[in-house]
Design a protein around this ligand. Sequence first.
Ligand SMILES: Nc1ncnc2c1ncn2[C@@H]1O[C@H](COP(=O)(O)OP(=O)(O)OP(=O)(O)O)[C@@H](O)[C@H]1O
Ligand SMILES: [Mg+2]
Length: 231
Amino acid sequence: MLTVDSIDCSYGPVQALMGLSLEATDGAFIAILGANGAGKSTTLKAIAGLVRPTRGRVLFRGRNLARLGPERRLSLGIALCPEGRRVFPDFTVAENLRVGGHRLNRRVLGDRVDQTLQLFPALKDRMGQSAGSLSGGEQQMLAIARALMTEPSLLLLDEPSLGLAPMITRQVFDAVDGIRKQGTTVVLVEQNRLALRYADYAYVLGNGRLRLEGPAGEVQDDERLRSAYLG
Ligand SMILES: Nc1ncnc2c1ncn2[C@@H]1O[C@H](COP(=O)(O)OP(=O)(O)OP(=O)(O)O)[C@@H](O)[C@H]1O
Ligand SMILES: [Mg+2]
C-alpha cells in the first residue's frame, strides 16, 4: 500500500533522512522508533507531503506521490495526526471533530462523528466541552479522532504517547489497535517501546538512517534497538 523508496530529506544544510526505505502493506500496523532527532517526524511529513524528498520516491497504492501536495494526499486517504496533539483548545470536542470532517457533506458528517466516537467512547460525554479543558489523554484521543474524520485508509500518528502516563498510553495504543482492526493501515511513530507490543513490523531510525527493521517482536528483543537509542 505504501512504499518509501530510498528517500533523502533536508532542511537547508541539515540532512534529516538518508536513503530511507520502508513499506506498509494494506491493513498493517507499522511502528517507527528512534531517539530525538532521528528523523521520525520527517518521515511522516514526507509521506503526508509536508516535506519534499530531494531523492527517492514515495508510492501510495503504486502511485508516485511526488507531484501531489498535502491536500491531494489527504483526499487519497492519507491522514497525519501531528506531534503535540494540536486540537483547537477553544472549540468544543464536537466542533473539533466537525473541522476534521469539513470535506464531508452534511448528510454523512453526523454518521461519521458517531462512527468515530465508537472508538473513543470517553469523548462521547464531552462533546460540548472545550477541547482545552480535556486531560492530556483525552486531547490525544480527540486529535486521533479528528484525523479519522477524513476516513483515511492510511493513518500516520506522530508520538501520540508523548507526555502521557503509562496507563493512558496503553488506552491510546488500544484505541489505535481498534482503528487498525477496522481495516485502516497504521504507521505509528514512537519513542515508547510499548508500541512494539502493538505493531506487526518495526523500523528503527538513528541519525536519519534505518538502523534496524523486522517483525516487532524480534526488534523488541534486539540488542541493536538499545544501541540505536544511545546513538
Ligand atoms: N524545520 C526544520 N528546520 C531545520 N531542521 C529541522 C527541521 N525539522 C527537523 N529538523 C532536523 O531534522 C532532523 C530530524 O528531525 P525530526 O523532527 O524528523 O526528528 P524526530 O525523530 O521526529 O525527533 P523527535 O523525537 O524529537 O520528535 C533533526 O536533526 C532536526 O533538528
Ligand atoms: Mg518528531
